[in-house]
Design a protein around this ligand. Structure first.
Ligand code: NAD
Length: 309
């Protein structure tokens, strides 16, 4: 592991060291960036201290010497309170030097990202919304897909940093475009998974072997990502969450969060998304009992026996 620090590289403040943020921050350290980190959880900051980061006791302390700020927070309200402040604090934007690059990789509503971007732009701070596709495995491996919204010149400046944590880095358009593209993708994924579980169940209940049916659909016009790498039926593929009691992977609750963001955007912009709405309804019901399981566990809705396979 190369932990040698290169002084040509900007100092980075990293805020939000959860399932995704911690491995992303570790990859930056491995690539030689100096990191000052902050999280509400001491357990989370301890992990990064061991990896070589400096731990700050407040968001202000974390950004004090940073030319770049990266955040990976749960939802829009956390991003707003960190950057814009709330009843108790001023918010980080008011403390950053002009020209600071702020990359928010949290998945939040496009409108929320645009509000922070506007406030940043007024202070001559360069803001990018840069949500990611790929779960914790991709965060650890440094193979995330970054879907970025913001000015093209700022995107070019951020790319070397994003390349350290990801493999595919896309510029989707202006502020908020990263979030829009991300939820379009995840809404489609939710629909594809819902359709695939439904089709496999129809075949199985009519006497077909799930593997044989999956192979047929994989080589036919129903082919899609879930059949290629993430089959929802147990033991059709090795190493999928479905073959491991739906543990790990991408939680139902996170899929539901993204589908709700897609519905919020479709309603706010008066765009019809009937399939997305149906997928959101299915995942809402499913989350009552299986929120912590991988999103392919929607298969349980149709076939309870998959839980014991
Ligand atoms: P997580 O809940 O594991 O981590 C969030 C971290 O933020 C926690 O450590 C929490 O203590 C910290 N935090 C919350 N409020 C804070 C504040 N005010 N200041 C500092 N730290 C604060 O979440 P995660 O799974 O890492 O996901 C982060 C984001 O990435 C979410 O927006 C999620 O939708 C998105 N995402 C997650 C996945 C995934 O597979 N987990 C995949 C793609 C995108």
């Amino acid at each position: 592991m190369n932990t040698e620090k290169n002084t040509d590289k900007p100092n980075i403040a990293f805020i939000g060291l959860g399932n995704m943020g911690a491995p992303m921050a570790e990859n930056l350290i491995k690539a030689g960036y100096k990191l000052c980190v902050y999280d509400l959880s001491v357990e989370a900051t301890n992990r990064l201290q061991q990896a070589g980061a400096t731990v700050a006791q407040s968001p202000s302390e974390a950004v004090a010497r940073a030319q770049v700020v990266i955040s990976m927070l749960p939802a829009g309200k956390h991003v707003h309170s960190v950057y814009l402040g709330d009843g108790n604090s001023k918010g980080l934007l008011s403390e950053l030097a002009e020209g600071t690059l702020v990359i928010d990789s949290s998945t939040i509503a496009a409108e929320d990202a645009r509000i922070v971007a506007k406030a940043a732009t007024e202070l001559n701070i360069n803001f990018l919304d840069a949500p990611v596709s790929g779960g914790t495995g991709a965060a650890i491996a440094g193979t995330l897909t970054f879907i970025v919204g913001g000015d093209a010149e700022v995107f070019v400046k951020a790319k070397p940093i994003l390349n350290t944590m990801g493999k595919n880095i896309f510029h989707a358009g202006a502020h908020g475009a990263g979030q829009v593209a991300k939820i379009c993708n995840n809404m489609l994924l939710g629909i594809l998974m819902a359709g695939t579980t439904e089709a496999i169940n129809l075949g199985v209940k009519n006497g077909l072997d799930p593997k044989v049916l999956s192979d047929i659909m994989l080589q036919s016009s129903g082919r899609n990502w879930t059949l290629e790498v993430y089959n929802p039926y147990p033991q059709v593929m090795e190493s999928t969450p479905s073959s491991n009691h739906y543990k790990g992977g991408f939680m139902t609750n996170l899929m539901l969060k993204d589908l709700n963001l897609a519905m919020q955007t479709s309603q706010a912009t008066d765009v019809e998304t009937p399939m997305g709405a149906k997928a959101a309804e299915l995942y809402q019901e499913h989350s009552t009992n299986y929120g912590e399981k991988d999103f392919s566990s929607l298969m349980i809705r149709y076939d309870n026996s998959v839980l014991s396979s």
